[in-house]
Write a protein that binds this ligand. Sequence first.
Ligand SMILES: Cc1cc2nc3c(=O)[nH]c(=O)nc-3n(C[C@H](O)[C@H](O)[C@H](O)COP(=O)(O)OP(=O)(O)OC[C@H]3O[C@@H](n4cnc5c(N)ncnc54)[C@H](O)[C@@H]3O)c2cc1C
Length: 453
Amino acid sequence: MAERITIIGAGPVGSLLAVFLGRRGMEVDVLERSPDPRVTTVKNDRSICMSVNARGVRALRRAGLAEKIMAMTIPMPGRIVHHAGGKVETQPYGVSPEEALHAVHRTSLNCALLDAAEALPGVRLHFEQEVGAIHFHGGTMESNQKMAPLPRPLFGADGAYSAVRASMMRRAPFNFRQEHLEYGYKDVDVPAGPNGEYQLEPHGLHIWPRHKFMLIALPKPDGSFAAELFMPIEGLSALDTAPKVEAFFREHFPDVFPLHRNLGKDFLAFPVGHLVSTEAFPWNLGGEALLVGDAAHAVVPFFGEGMNCGFEDVHVLDDCIEAHGADWAAVFERFVRLRKPQTDAICAMALENFVEMRDQIEDSDFDIRKSAEHLLEVSFPGRFIGRHGLVAIHGVPYLDARRAGPVLDHVLDAVCQGKTSVDEVDLGFAENLVDEQVAPLVRAMLPRGGAQS
Ligand SMILES: Cc1cc2nc3c(=O)[nH]c(=O)nc-3n(C[C@H](O)[C@H](O)[C@H](O)COP(=O)(O)OP(=O)(O)OC[C@H]3O[C@@H](n4cnc5c(N)ncnc54)[C@H](O)[C@@H]3O)c2cc1C
């Protein structure tokens, strides 16, 4: 196949898509508005780490990149919960250490994907090329404010505020929903110790749940942690001086506060990040254009799924190309039909997780349910798996995980009814319920954990 294909956006999803298409021998141009992150000297303000999970690894493996990328990651076999009273609890994600999430620095991952794309003979990367309006009728595209002929087919991998999507929206019929959460986040790195050592346990995803806000930290290879404080935007905005920030951390995160030498100043240096969830339909304009990744479906980060989901998009797209070759109308139609119900399910689950966290976290029943969920997972391995485990550790189709939700909730309701502590849970009673209601579902789901679609 010697067809010219254009991808707008060289974030994680656009870069991985370039690898998939390049490996098929296609000619690919990638247009990215930012400078090349591999050579830029400007400090990237998005110092975030992300968790790569089972479905992300599956897509990377298909692209021949799993070994290279996984070597850059730090395995996190469980979450490490720092409770308000000082108790620290390790909750493994699975029954073996292999059942882990993997922390990776976002920019390093992006650079590795760009290297892999550029190494393919047909792939060309063009940085500092900002795409503006696209006139699908007239056949022109604005790039760096100059009009150029519209390349076809075109992939919009340009993120949650996609310019490609904005142009597609002008071609009715097109439905679009965007929801900004009242919560935002701030990056607060936890530096390495004086000898470059980790100041917290590196093999885990650290969480400090504090009712209306929470701090999350993921390990970076240099001994530091990328941490993010999630809280209502008005609360973040109120932390507007170094003394206020320091007093807040001293009160709520007393184990983190002494690890940081310049907490107040560093905290104020980062802007507030906003969280957005979007749904768009259709994702394609016949065989002319297709949206993928956040451009098609921005997912709020309460499942750690946005990028993993985008990676699975390109994995499924590759399956569609395998089936239809360069018949792009057929490829795009199949992709959208397979993928839209799945991504709707993860967008909904991530929002539900957020609402649950926001509304129920003050409730002591919520703590008991979370602890009971973990207790059932470790007591009945392979028979009870919570929604997060189904999605992130076992990579089952999002729709299946969402459909399992009411059954899991029902069992947890029954097991926790009238309990004031997780220690009171009757494991014999729980086992009967699990074997009757959850284990058959889990058994049916696990073998079907292919890329999905
Ligand atoms: C706080 C936070 C934590 C997260 N943690 C996780 C996690 O742990 N795991 C996970 O899987 N996901 C996580 N996510 C989600 C993840 O960051 C996104 O889903 C992922 O980055 C989407 O990749 P993308 O390539 O589709 O879009 P983006 O990463 O947004 O990349 C889009 C690219 O397109 C470029 N671009 C935009 N507009 C134009 C234009 N007009 N012309 C040319 N180029 C353009 C941009 O410069 C950018 O490089 C998190 C998100 C947040 C906010």
